[in-house]
Design a protein around this ligand. Structure first.
Ligand code: ADP
Length: 216
């Protein structure tokens, strides 16, 4: 069973993904988190990916597709995929892989929010250095006062993501519109089960709505 989270940067995909994983038995696969780990460990892929990510551009398909296909390889469990596919060619590769594995996409959750709200959210956001959980800063210095509340993070500190600066945020939103949004129509045309979720609402309200689709 494969559920895909689609939506612009700042839509709250990571936040909802964590809620879904806490309540349902899903394996969380986030290409953004995977790439950030590669950057942190200074692996070959990390060194290639870093500048693309910091600029807000997509990392080239040849690296991404290999990375995700490897992680989908032997999975017969329930996958929650966040950050992939991000363009039509990635969507086609995923289809091919799922057919090979005799799997399908059970649900696409398309979260939408207007640009102004996305920019405001991303300019007040910090993330846990260990698990990437996002935190909303009420004032800039709060970054020194908050530590991650997840028990397995052992009070890890939080930091501003390198791509959460105004230029990269603008670029990420424009890349989303140009490359990723067409994936929504790609799935609609294929009659994949896709639901549009208004993500400019309180987190718990959004989660309640998402839960209805997961419980079917
Ligand atoms: P957000 O949705 O907030 O922009 P992510 O954490 O999903 O952030 O991704 C961060 C960055 O990682 C992207 O801007 C891009 O550079 C890279 N990335 C993540 N997933 C992909 C992908 N499927 N294809 C290409 N690049 C990706």
């Amino acid at each position: 069973m494969n559920v895909i989270l689609l939506g612009p940067p700042g839509a709250g995909k990571g936040t909802q993904a964590r809620k879904i994983v806490d309540s349902y038995d899903y394996e969380y696969i986030s290409t953004g988190d995977m790439l950030r780990k590669e950057v942190q460990s200074e692996s070959e892929l990390g060194q290639i990916a870093k500048s693309y990510m910091n600029n807000g551009d997509l990392v080239p398909d040849k690296y991404i597709i290999e990375m995700i296909v490897t992680s989908l390889g032997d999975l017969d469990s329930k996958n929650l995929i966040d950050g992939f596919p991000r363009n039509i060619s990635q969507a086609e590769s995923l289809d091919k892989k799922l057919i090979e594995n005799k799997q399908e996409i059970s649900l696409v959750l398309h979260m939408y929010v207007e640009d102004k709200e996305l920019i405001s959210r991303l300019s007040n956001r910090a993330v846990c250095v260990s698990c990437q959980t996002p935190y909303k800063l009420k004032f800039p210095d709060e970054i020194n006062e908050i530590t991650c509340i997840n028990s397995y993070c052992d009070n890890s500190s939080i930091k501003i993501r390198e791509d959460d600066n105004p230029e990269s945020v603008a670029r990420r939103i424009s890349v989303y519109k140009e490359d990723t949004f067409p994936v929504v129509n790609y799935y609609k045309d294929l009659d994949v089960n896709l639901v549009d979720i208004n993500a400019h609402r309180p987190e718990d309200e959004i989660f309640q709505e998402i839960s209805k689709f997961l419980e079917v």
